[in-house]
Ligand binder design. Structure first.
Ligand SMILES: *Cc1c(COP(=O)(O)O)cnc(C)c1O
Length: 450
């Protein structure tokens, strides 16, 4: 078996600084517990580990568990014991992540075989296990999270029943699919769903205000499970390496198209590439919420209210992880443009793609995957010698209406989903203003992490 030197670095604790530069640097444990830095910046690794050349050239000889451990170990440093980290890693990825050819030049990396049928399972499963490990006996942490659709279910599933952790999920009423809603409103136990009469951006804003509220922070220890948390962001690198491990033409690295909303997923890919993963080019494919495609054109970052689309998990008007993309390129746009493009795809183009790909290739795309597919296909038209991968980020069954309508074919409901659909939704409805959230949090029994 080829050797790697990456786990030799385990004794040294990697430090994370805040992108706002006004907070102390912290290790992985503190970054995970804090979520966001006190100065409201996002944590970013002080140095970026490099993969051993041997590790990349022999990647097919490593198991997924070994690959994932090698990727994450330098970031975790000594904050989690080696055996425990190996256990967390293997529980995180205990489902298949296949690379499926759709055409001669387009492959689908299916990230939807986890328990809640979306790629967010990977980050949520890793984070919940790390946080569970860090929270001591008798302590309680409140995980506060806003969801545009898939985060809620993945976080609810990942944290369900974890001792010492209470989860409060905010979701925009009527703007998530029925399966998504059931996944976050039916677990019960330590999972609470707040149904907000507003948009995802309203939910995100309410969560941000709670984190800034000293009165609440005195009463309960809050942390975030949004993709800003390093323990959710960093493990998303895993499957870019799994994809490369399955890539048939290692001499010609793939173009990778990532359906993007908050930009955590693609930023993890860029990070893996910086560590030495061969990737020809990254395309951030967005729906009509085009803040980043516009930024790449005008160099002005102008957040705007989120606009509802069929690919609802990408309806983000102020993508919070994009600052990490800029940080990775030290805010130098020419360097970024070399490796990264961003395009916007309409709902009409999305549904046309679902119909066409099903007709021509008998492959069923969900709306998010369709956005990624079309972004890649368009790129390959002007780069005919290249081949690529799009990330299929959710199972089509999460969006049955759009998918069945445009493929003209009925989907089979996986048994795991049928059970959830039969359960009763339990949520607390509230208007989209911060005082409602504050009342909810203040009225709950006092819990504090010592
Ligand atoms: C969350 C989500 C996205 C967007 O990922 P980001 O990391 O926020 O860019 C894309 N597709 C699906 C299905 C999602 O759930």
């Amino acid at each position: 078996m080829p050797s790697t030197s990456r786990h030799c670095e385990r004794s040294e604790a990697m430090k994370f600084y805040s992108t706002n530069n006004q907070s102390p640097t912290v290790d992985f444990k503190e970054a995970t517990i804090n979520g966001q830095a006190p100065d409201k910046g996002l944590y970013f690794p002080e140095s970026i580990p490099k993969f051993e050349k041997n590790f990349i050239t022999n990647i097919e000889k490593f198991s997924n568990e070994e690959i994932a451990f090698n990727v994450i170990a330098p970031y975790v440093g000594d904050t989690i014991a080696t055996d425990k980290l190996k256990e967390i890693v293997s529980e995180t990825i205990n489902f298949p992540i296949p690379l499926i050819p759709v055409t001669d030049s387009i492959y689908s990396l299916e990230l939807f075989h986890g328990p809640t049928l979306a790629f967010k399972d990977i980050g949520a499963r890793f984070m919940s296990r790390c946080l569970g490990y860090f929270v001591g006996r008798g302590q309680t942490v409140t995980v506060l999270v806003a969801t545009s659709g898939d985060t809620g279910g993945a976080v609810a599933n990942g944290f369900y029943g974890v001792e010492g952790i209470e989860v409060v999920i905010l979701y925009p009423s009527g703007k998530v699919s029925p399966v998504q809603e059931k996944q976050l409103t039916t677990p019960g136990k330590n999972i609470h769903a707040l149904e907000v009469e507003g948009s995802f951006d309203d939910c995100q804003q309410m969560v941000k205000q709670a984190f800034a509220d000293e009165q609440i922070r005195k009463k309960r220890f809050l942390t975030s499970a949004n993709s800003i948390n390093v323990a959710r962001w960093l493990p998303q690198q895993f499957y870019y390496l799994f994809a490369y491990s399955q890539w048939p033409d290692k001499g010609h690295p793939p173009v990778i198209s990532v359906p993007s909303g908050n930009f955590g997923n693609i930023c993890a890919g860029l990070l893996a590439q910086r560590s030495g993963l061969p990737v020809e080019h990254f395309i951030a494919t967005c729906n009509a919420n085009d803040v980043v495609p516009k930024f790449m054109e005008t160099k002005k970052f102008e957040p705007k209210p989120a606009f509802p689309t069929l690919s609802n998990a990408m309806d983000v008007g102020n993508p919070s992880n994009f600052v990490r993309v800029l940080e990775l390129f030290q805010h130098e746009i020419p360097g970024l443009e070399n490796i990264f493009s961003s395009v916007s795809i309409t709902d009409k183009e999305t549904t046309d793609t679902i119909a066409r790909v099903f007709r021509q290739y008998q492959y069923t795309l969900d709306p998010h995957g369709a956005v990624g597919y079309l972004g890649l296909e368009t790129w390959l038209k002007s780069h005919p010698r290249q081949k690529g991968i799009f990330l299929e980020t959710a199972h089509p069954i999460k969006f049955p209406e759009a998918v069945e309508k445009y493929t003209g074919s009925a989907l089979t409901v996986p048994p795991s989903i049928q059970g959830i659909l039969d359960k009763k939704k339990v949520s607390t409805r509230m208007p989209a203003n911060y005082s409602s959230l504050k009342d909810f949090l203040m009225s709950r029994p006092e819990i504090i992490m010592q």
